[in-house]
Design a protein around this ligand. Structure first.
Ligand code: DP6
Length: 344
């Protein structure tokens, strides 16, 4: 008689304010980063596990109801790579089902949500089979980091930071992310409206981009700047200084893309409409003084960050002026969220 049980978690995507760009060693970040956890862009992962069966590893992986060999192979490789720190990987047979609440074709990175949901399942299995797991969120975050760096921040509610900082009073680690609690009331309810400029496959993946930071001519300057921006944005979030927050946020987004453009070989992920949206957002801000700022991940899509208190006027602006220049008019309105959640 097979002795199987199932665990399920949901976990969201996150949007970085200070960007993780460049890594070393075993998936350790070149600089500290901080992100906002999202609410609607979520992956759900369900893992049926059996101990000491005839088949060790992943016996099936269904993505949105369809068997997916490419994802199965990626997760299998990940499990093999973590055997030294997750020894159960050598004893489990897993059947995995995963789905996203956001369309796969939207050009939104799904590895952060998918990997953190899967790692939350792995740690829950460990707790059930072996027991005594301490610092559970830290362990989920650490395993998630090994799967995909930015995934380590998705575990936590509101805001999470990852990477050793130079702030003496702040506990920080390269191994896992931590929740950032010390923010002003005006940062409690924050929106991220994601403007889909293009949903085409990216010409260069994030992983390739990280590698290009190794010999980058601006590497040292970038590390310095990231530390300064990290300190600065945390202080703006603490005091509720949205102007300063926005200045640093946009500087980080444009720096990330400037680093891509100045890599050898160089690459450009922004599209003409990404720039048009940036111009329109800045003009709107000039005109209204509304606290509306943009950030951009490793892709052409623009994330608009603003306090929920200004949602009405800003959404009107997005619908009338920005949505028409998006891919098929697509905008995903998301907001700050609670991190990973156990399902059932
Ligand atoms: C631009 O976490 O996708 O989104 O560690 O190779 O999986 P891997 O890279 P990934 O890189 C994300 C880069 C970024 C910035 C960020 O999220 O901090």
């Amino acid at each position: 008689m097979p002795n199987t049980s199932t665990v399920s978690f949901s976990s969201p995507s996150n949007i970085a304010f200070i960007k993780y760009w460049g890594k070393f060693g075993r998936q350790l970040p070149m600089n500290p980063s901080i992100s906002m956890t999202l609410s609607n862009c979520v992956s759900k992962c369900s893992v049926e596990f059996e101990l000491d069966s005839n088949h060790i590893g992943i016996s099936s992986f269904e993505f949105e109801g369809v068997e997916n060999q490419a994802f199965r192979a990626r997760l299998e490789k990940f499990l093999v790579s973590i055997c030294d720190i997750y020894p159960l990987a050598n004893k489990l047979s897993l059947k995995i089902k995963s789905e996203n609440t956001f369309p796969h074709s939207a050009g939104i990175a799904s590895s952060a949500s998918a990997m953190s949901a899967f790692c939350a399942c792995l740690v829950e299995i460990e707790q059930r089979v072996v027991g005594g797991v301490e610092n559970i969120d830290q362990r989920i975050s650490m395993l998630s980091r090994l799967a995909s760096g930015s995934a380590c921040r998705s575990v936590f509610s509101h805001y999470a930071y990852w990477g050793e900082s130079r702030l003496a009073q702040l506990k920080s680690s390269n191994e896992y992310a931590l929740e950032f609690h010390d923010f002003h009331d005006s940062f409690k309810e924050v929106m991220d409206s994601i403007l889909i400029v293009s949903s085409e496959e990216k010409s260069v993946s994030s992983s390739q981009g990280h590698i290009l930071m190794n010999g980058h001519p601006f590497k040292d300057a970038r590390i310095e700047q990231a530390h300064e921006n990290f300190t600065s944005i945390m202080s703006a979030m603490k005091t509720g200084d949205w102007d300063h927050f926005g200045e640093v946020l946009e500087n980080e987004a444009l720096t990330l893309h400037a680093l891509m453009m100045s890599s050898y070989p160089s690459f450009i992920l922004l599209k003409p409409n990404s720039l048009l949206i940036i111009e329109k957002v800045r003009a709107y801000r000039e005109l209204t003084s509304d606290p509306l700022y943009f950030t951009i991940d490793a892709g052409p899509n623009i994330h608009l960050i603003y306090p929920a208190s200004h949602a009405k006027s800003i959404k009107d602006f997005i619908n009338t002026e920005l949505s028409p220049i998006c891919d098929q008019g697509r905008v995903i309105h998301d907001s700050i969220g609670p991190g990973k959640i156990q399902l059932q």
